[in-house]
Design a protein around this ligand. Structure first.
Ligand code: URA
Length: 239
């Protein structure tokens, strides 16, 4: 048994406070009777609860998955140009899940999926400064000055980027590999940062997001998150 206002708010109909008002205003019925008593308890499964005559559905169970996205998939639920979408890689999941942010069509790597809208919004909110790490292969060799600029912030059309963690993994005359950690999530941010310092991106992979990495998940595969991983995401997102 749960308090009615909790049931109504968990069903996403109204906040706890607003649900109390719905009850006080006589807009809530349990098993055919109007209930106005605050704090009345009911059973999700066994009772028929109506708000303004509409049934209150039990909330969907929250699910969380980590996908290792291959190139050549768009990170939206539908694509108007009929390109392959990341949803096709998780087509056996019954719940209505959404990607947590986006990776470009040609970017590979870690992408989370969930039906927990609260956590998703919190992970994407700039104030929570969630860290993402990328490995990029770029044209040409990277100089110390360029490395410093990437670290300190570069000017893009939508403003300066915040400080980033940058590590050169390998540098050569024709191409170099580097690792970049950022907490912003602007459109094509890493590619644009690299372009701003004179390098074209040959390939880009997200290797970590919010403390999670791709260990044990091959390209195109996915796995559910553990309870501990979900809890640590919630902590990072201030939930
Ligand atoms: N930065 C990019 O440029 N592309 C991505 O897909 C993610 C981050």
């Amino acid at each position: 048994m749960e308090r009615l206002q909790k049931i109504i708010s968990q069903a996403g109909i109204a906040s706890r406070r607003a649900a109390e008002k719905l009850i006080a205003d006589g807009r809530v019925m349990v098993d055919g009777k109007v209930v106005t008593e605050p704090g009345t308890k009911a059973d999700w499964q066994a009772s028929k609860i109506l708000v303004d005559g509409k049934p209150v559905e039990a909330p969907e169970k929250h699910v969380y998955y980590l996908l290792n996205k291959p190139k050549g998939y768009i990170s939206t639920v539908h694509d108007e140009h009929e390109r392959r979408t990341v949803m096709q890689l998780l087509s056996v999941i019954r719940e209505r899940i959404y990607p947590v942010g986006r990776l470009d069509y040609d970017t590979e790597g870690l992408l989370l999926f969930t039906n927990d809208g609260d956590l998703m919004n919190a992970l994407l909110h700039p104030k929570n400064e969630i860290f993402k790490t990328y490995e990029a292969e770029v044209t040409g060799s990277i100089s110390e000055a360029e490395l410093l600029r990437l670290e300190q912030g570069v000017g893009l059309s939508d403003g300066m980027t915040a400080a980033a963690g940058v590590r050169i993994l390998q540098t050569g005359k024709d191409s170099s590999r580097l690792q970049i950690t950022i907490h912003e999530g602007r459109n094509r941010q890493v590619r644009r940062m690299l372009e701003a310092v004179g390098h074209e991106t040959i390939s880009l992979e997200r290797v970590a997001f919010a403390g999670l990495d791709l260990s044990g998940v091959s390209r195109g595969d996915y796995r559910p998150l553990t309870r501990g991983e979900v809890r640590s995401l919630q902590a990072l997102a201030g939930k």
